[in-house]
Design a protein around this ligand. Structure first.
Ligand SMILES: [Ca+2]
Length: 316
């Protein structure tokens, strides 16, 4: 149904005849029949199990093209919130993926989420349960500021994010990093600088507030720069709609080190969970790195970089 909606949107947006070359549940390719150049209309799902280590991207950091990313992830990297890499926010090199966070930007300053960082999503084969793991490192000199969205997440049904009203058939799970710091306009400095940490960040039908739920959970350790962390999440969608005995699940783990096993990581949350009022499947992985929040206290004066490595996902 989601693919059908995307198809219809593609028909409207192109305004030309399009041909559907290949359509299975796992793979959907749309091309423009009147000029065959690859375009943003192309939507090809990534495999249901995959590891991406960027070890083919040796040499110094350079712009990460959408085509290179398509090749590495095994499907289309679909832009979110604007075009791919509008201002060199995505680079690859040293066997890593690196995202730049621009100074004085948050999710609602000029350029939106891509003005602050870099964002895309990956269509995955529909499934009731996925797990996902990746490693992150804050580069030397990184100012944690108040926080932001970090790395890969799982999108359920129609998805939801950005403080929008929870739909009956959509949700999402991501990580954020946070700290007590805030940007102070009067002095052009960060104030209340203190220990940074990871939190869960979930949108679901019964969420208590407008923005994502952190469930009162956080990593027990303080984050430092130049240290690898592994982040793990598992989402099982609910097929019943019971609030007292839901048959879905939410699980998130974090740990210090790269490419940790699940057993080596600290459990942030792991419980039966109802994601949506209407049972739906997982159909996308999200990638978000940006600061915010949407108020000035989320920005930082300096440019910052976050490194990503060893991304893996699996349909369970
Ligand atoms: Ca690597």
């Amino acid at each position: 149904m989601i693919l059908n909606m995307k198809l219809k949107l593609a028909f409207f947006s192109v305004g030309l005849s399009v041909s559907l070359l290949n359509c299975t549940q796992d793979e959907l390719i749309i091309t423009d029949s009147e000029d065959s150049k690859p375009s943003s209309q192309r939507i090809m799902a990534v495999p249901s199990i995959k590891t991406v280590d960027f070890n083919n991207r040796t040499g110094a950091y350079s712009d990460y093209s959408q085509g290179e990313a398509d090749s590495d992830f095994g499907g289309s990297v679909n832009t979110v919130g604007g075009s791919w890499d509008p201002s060199n926010h995505a680079t690859v090199g040293n066997s890593l993926f690196r995202v730049k966070l621009a100074p004085m930007k948050h999710s609602a300053t000029s350029g939106g989420i891509n003005g602050s960082g870099h964002n895309f999503d990956l269509a995955v084969p529909n499934g009731g349960e996925y797990e996902l793991k990746f490693a992150v490192r804050f580069e030397n000199g990184f100012q944690f500021g108040r926080g932001g969205k970090i790395g890969f997440g799982i999108s359920i049904g129609t998805g939801n994010s950005g403080g929008k009203t929870p739909p009956p058939d959509g949700g999402s799970l991501r990580f954020m990093w946070k700290s007590p710091a805030k940007y102070d306009q009067a002095t052009n400095k960060l104030i209340n600088v203190g220990g940074a940490y990871f939190v869960p960040y979930a949108y679901y039908s019964d969420q208590p507030n407008q923005y994502g739920d952190e469930f009162g959970k956080r990593s027990s350790f303080d984050l430092t720069t130049n240290q690898w962390y592994t982040l793990y999440m598992r989402v099982k969608t609910n097929t019943n709609t019971s609030t007292t005995s839901p048959n879905g699940a939410i699980e998130m783990r974090v740990g210090k080190g790269s490419n940790l096993t699940k057993a080596q990581m600290e459990e942030l949350i792991n419980k039966p969970f109802k994601w949506t009022d209407t049972p739906v499947n997982i159909n996308k992985l999200s990638f978000n790195i940006f600061r915010g929040g949407n108020t000035i206290d989320w920005v930082t004066p300096n440019t910052g970089y976050i490194h990503i490595d060893n991304v893996s996902w699996k349909k369970l």
